[in-house]
Design a protein around this ligand. Structure first.
Ligand code: MN
Length: 236
């Protein structure tokens, strides 16, 4: 059996080393976690002019990962940018990820949406974000997450309370998007996990499982479950 192919929309990365001219990039930890889970990750360069081609090519894949990064442009959810702490807003990244997410949903493709990815998922479903939490309580912090026992994420991880979730976010879900269900919260009430009830395996987590998955089996299991579903859905 060929390994499931997982699409990872990359980033514009003008200052990467060892390439001629501007580069595309993606974080190694996502791909390494996917390889451990038995997948073949493929990074897609975020070329807006070619987004139709990317959407068409997505049909050849078995799953889509939306990963961490800068903030979603607040105009995407009907707000003017007001928070001083907003950073890393890159319209090309929004354009490509919203298009690929819509295509994946139309295909019934499994999606794992991590951190910014969960925020993209929420906004794509018509939800909104808190532009800035206003403190550093979720910025480079390890915290537990209380999950609904029946949620896809709890079933994947094998516990309803993973105790070491690496949190690096200064924004959060404000209004939950249409069709999304909140499946996990931090002890302060912060929304940390969501999923689409009525569709394929579409799961968002606000923390970074890839940061600790190499040595934390619970976090790795999220990638394992995603890849297993992606593999079983092949030929859909
Ligand atoms: Mn958090």
């Amino acid at each position: 059996m060929p390994r499931p192919l997982i699409a990872i929309p990359g980033r514009l990365s003008p200052d990467a080393a060892n390439v001629r001219g501007e580069a595309f990039a993606s974080g190694q930890r996502y791909s390494r976690a996917l390889v451990r889970a038995g997948a073949q990750p493929v990074v897609l360069p975020p070329i807006v002019d070619g987004v139709d081609v990317m959407v068409e090519a997505l049909q050849r894949f078995d799953g889509l990962i939306l990963h961490g990064g800068g903030d979603v442009d607040p105009r995407r959810y009907g707000e003017e940018p007001t928070a001083e702490a907003l950073y890393g807003i890159i319209p090309d990244h929004d354009d490509v990820e919203f298009a690929l997410l819509a295509a994946a949903r139309a295909l019934g493709m499994p999606v794992l949406a991590i951190c910014r990815g969960m925020q993209v998922l929420n906004v794509a479903c018509g939800g909104t974000l808190v532009q800035d939490i206003g403190d550093e309580s979720h910025w480079h912090e390890m915290h537990p997450v209380e999950l609904d026992r029946s949620s896809r994420v709890a079933v994947a991880i094998g516990t309803s309370r993973p105790d070491a979730c690496h949190s690096v976010h200064h924004q959060s879900v404000k209004v939950i998007g249409d069709g999304l269900r909140v499946t996990g919260r931090a002890d302060d009430g912060m929304i940390e996990a969501v999923e689409l009830d009525a569709e394929a395996w579409v799961v968002g987590v606000q923390w970074h499982p890839e940061d600790t998955a190499a040595h934390d089996v619970e976090q790795q299991r999220l990638f394992d479950a995603f890849v297993a579903v992606a593999g079983s859905d092949r030929g859909r």
